[in-house]
Ligand binder design. Structure first.
Ligand SMILES: *[C@@H]1O[C@H](CO)[C@@H](O)[C@H](O)[C@H]1NC(C)=O
Ligand SMILES: *[C@@H]1O[C@H](CO)[C@@H](O)[C@H](O)[C@H]1NC(C)=O
Ligand SMILES: *[C@@H]1O[C@H](CO)[C@@H](O)[C@H](O)[C@H]1NC(C)=O
Length: 334
């Protein structure tokens, strides 16, 4: 055979080899048998819900909500949303040695607590939200040193935010809104971070002052509404910050608004329902991205700044203060 004739031949062989290696990859991605065993125990713990179709006739890496490494067939992520899970999270979840993300949400009949066995996992993200999970946030989550993102919102959690959790070295998103948490924010929160991304603690029963570490971490989104926080949180606005949204409403913050300086990145500022005094600084009217502004139900006084985006905000954003005046409120006398 001439060389020219051989060439297409080789290409064909290569093609055949390549295409036959594809099914090989897929079959090796069938799911590790130990992981399959752990997933079935997890499903049993969830009360074998009929809307969780984890059945042996399908390779478990193809199951709903299961993401595997396609080479090793080991489970990397679990992401289950709006499945009627009941029962509890089985300790068998700790037997998925490569599991790095857990996302379980909208399962109002899921009860119990987070099993200690998850401390064996290389977890980076933990989401268990809008379930009936109860009891305290376990301090052992502080053993998961690679965690960057914790979301336990909309559960029935009680007790404090554990110090070992707050001081996780890589944590930059902490979402715990809509629980019944008590106590103060640990002063170590986000301490290791140059930039925190999200702190969302609204609608709990948290008390005390916001720790300085939250200001130092320059958190992009801060939602602390509907707690019992006190003190002067003006340091959240000091220095070169890059905050986009900040909601401190429905607390007991006491600070002088006159001396606050606002970062130009600010889109949302809600200080309503606190004990904030002084006046509204003129600099508010220079914030180009500001689209939400509410200082109602405080103790503010003086003329409301005009210009910039200030015409976006109606009188309900200023109502119930000591002596604010000027548009959109009645004009200042003399
Ligand atoms: C979900 O599960 C709970 C507990 O097993 C059951 O009482 C409820 O009726 C289920 N809801 C739906 C919509 O299937
Ligand atoms: C608030 O701060 C302003 C400016 O720093 C100051 O003039 C004012 O007296 C302060 N108000 C109160 C009640 O401390
Ligand atoms: C401002 O806050 C008050 C009190 O929390 C609320 O009633 C009002 O609806 C808010 N206004 C806007 C425009 O969000």
């Amino acid at each position: 055979m001439s060389k020219l004739n051989q060439l297409p031949h080789i290409t064909l062989i290569l093609l055949l080899l390549y295409s036959s290696s594809l099914p090989l990859l897929v079959s090796s991605a069938k799911c590790h048998k130990d992981d399959k065993k752990a997933l079935l125990k997890l499903k049993a713990g969830f009360g074998n819900p009929i809307d969780l179709p984890w059945t042996s006739d399908v390779a478990c890496c193809a199951w709903y909500g299961v993401i595997c490494n396609s080479i090793t067939g080991r489970v990397l992520n679990i992401d289950i949303s709006s499945v009627n899970l009941s029962g509890t999270i089985s300790p068998a979840i700790g037997d998925l040695p490569m599991l790095s993300e857990i996302h379980i949400q909208y399962a109002p009949f899921l009860t119990g607590s987070i099993p200690y066995s998850i401390t064996k996992l290389p977890l980076t993200k933990l989401t268990i939200r809008f379930t009936a999970l109860s009891g305290p946030i376990p301090a052992f989550l502080g053993e998961l040193k690679d965690l960057t993102d914790i979301d336990l919102s909309g559960n029935l959690l009680t007790g404090p935010i554990p110090e070992p959790v707050a001081s996780l070295p890589k944590l930059d998103r902490l979402t715990l809104f809509g629980n019944k948490l008590t106590g103060t924010i640990p002063p170590s929160l986000f301490r290791g971070q140059t930039r925190g991304d999200l702190l969302y603690l609204s609608d709990n029963l948290l008390t005390g002052e916001i720790p300085r570490s939250v200001g130092d971490a320059d958190v992009a989104y801060i939602y602390l509404a509907g707690n019992r926080f006190t003190g002067d949180a003006s340091f959240l606005f000091e220095g070169q910050k890059n905050t986009f949204e900040i909601d401190l409403s429905r607390n007991r913050f006491e600070m002088n608004m006159s001396s606050l300086s606002f970062t130009h990145s600010l889109n949302k500022l809600d200080l309503s329902n606190n004990r904030i005094y002084g006046s509204i600084p003129e600099s508010v009217a220079t914030l180009e991205g500001l689209n939400t502004f509410n200082v109602s139900f405080n103790r503010l006084c003086g003329r409301i700044p005009i210009g910039g985006n200030m015409n976006l905000f109606d009188r309900y954003c200023y109502t119930h203060n000591k002596c604010l005046c000027g548009s959109p409120l009645p004009s200042c006398s003399a």
